[in-house]
Design a protein. Structure first.
Length: 94
């Protein structure tokens, strides 16, 4: 790939935000390889379109749900921990 035939950076950032971290590096590597092949076969503009389409296909509710559940779990743990400390303090003071 030359400098002018790189996949859209915004699509990579979107994928980085949506994709589980353990899959990100491998997935971006595979997408970049496919993009390089597509540039040779169908041209840069069509390759960019395909790249964006593949990234958007990855934005499925399953992965969005995983990301939301992860944040929700952290918040829930935080609330439980602070509730426990509050109850502990109330019993120690009384």
């Amino acid at each position: 790939m030359t400098n002018h035939s790189l996949p859209p950076a915004w699509a990579d950032r979107l994928l980085g935000w949506l994709c589980p971290p353990q899959l990100l590096e491998e997935l971006i590597g595979d997408l970049h390889e496919q993009f390089a092949d597509d540039v040779v076969r169908v041209g840069e503009q069509k390759a960019r379109q395909r790249y964006v389409l593949e990234v958007l296909k990855f934005c499925r509710p399953y992965f969005l749900r995983l990301r939301i559940q992860s944040k929700t779990r952290i918040i829930r743990q935080h609330h439980i921990r602070h509730s426990f400390y509050y109850i502990l303090i109330c019993f120690v003071i009384i």
